[in-house]
Ligand binder design. Structure first.
Ligand SMILES: C[S@@+](CC[C@H](N)C(=O)[O-])C[C@H]1O[C@@H](n2cnc3c(N)ncnc32)[C@H](O)[C@@H]1O
Length: 237
């Protein structure tokens, strides 16, 4: 199942988004069943999401608009909605969006890609991207997504990103099976220092970072990394 990649993050070819979409369409039912209430078992994730929501409400007031980017079945966004935010979920997979709409009628959802968003400039006061940039294989794709996040965030908007971390730096694993379903998708395991630098280069100031061990029995056993950043008025590069 696993092949480590040779090229550097800059040299990698972009991931075929059609394959990612088809893979998540295929696994949507199983994935939803597995993760829709997973935050119950992840106190550190809940703590970060509470801090994110409280900060956005403090900055912009209740009802501030936040995007759950690569939302899957929408449980992360729903947690934020319960803390007083208005939340839109965006995901590449129509099947995921269908499930999210059924589970969370209090939110709005759209099919779309984070590397080319059909969203006006400065639309959101916050973006959470939980385990969704993990399908952007190359640094060029990550920079494209971060450029879009910068464009659609308000002047001082907040960004919270969650990723898997590589054991030996930035790594790619190809997977043909997820939750017993055939898929054809690459997973990226990030180097947190390199990702933090890319986020800063994309026009954000880092506010916090967290690395945690996996929760036994609650999730795939990978080290997790979280970066909280605030959008700067202008991009540095
Ligand atoms: C591992 S799941 C994470 C879902 C959810 N955020 C969570 O924490 O469980 C990755 C999600 O990212 C979505 N995704 C992958 N590439 C994307 C892209 N370019 N734009 C939007 N969503 C994308 C997938 O369709 C999938 O639902």
């Amino acid at each position: 199942m696993t092949q480590m990649s040779e090229p550097t993050p800059d040299d990698r070819p972009p991931q075929d988004q059609e394959r990612v979409r088809a893979s998540y369409d295929a696994v949507a039912a199983m994935y939803t069943e597995r993760v829709h209430d997973e935050l119950r078992n992840k106190p550190l994730d809940r703590g970060l999401l509470i801090a994110f929501a409280d900060q956005v409400v403090s900055d912009h007031g209740p009802g501030a608009l936040v995007c759950d980017m690569g939302c899957g079945p929408g449980h992360v966004g729903a947690f934020l909605a319960a803390r007083g935010l208005s939340v839109t979920g965006i995901d590449l997979s129509p099947s995921m969006i269908e499930r999210a709409r059924t589970l969370h009628p209090e939110m709005t959802f759209e099919v779309g890609s984070m590397t080319a968003l059909d969203v006006p400039d400065r639309r959101y006061q916050g973006i959470v991207a939980f385990y969704s940039i993990i399908h952007l294989s190359s640094d060029a794709e990550v920079r494209a997504a971060l450029g879009e996040f910068h464009r659609v965030l308000s002047a001082d908007g907040l960004l919270l990103v969650a990723v898997h971390l590589g054991e030996h730096g930035d790594e790619i694993e190809h997977s043909e099976e997820m939750l017993g379903v055939h898929v054809d998708v690459d997973f990226r395991f990030f180097d947190i220092e390199a990702l933090a630098a890319t986020i800063e280069d994309s026009g954000f100031r880092l506010a916090a970072r967290l690395i945690r061990a996996p929760y036994p029995d609650a999730e795939v056993q990978t080290t997790r990394g979280y970066l909280l950043a605030r959008r700067l008025a202008r991009r540095l590069k």
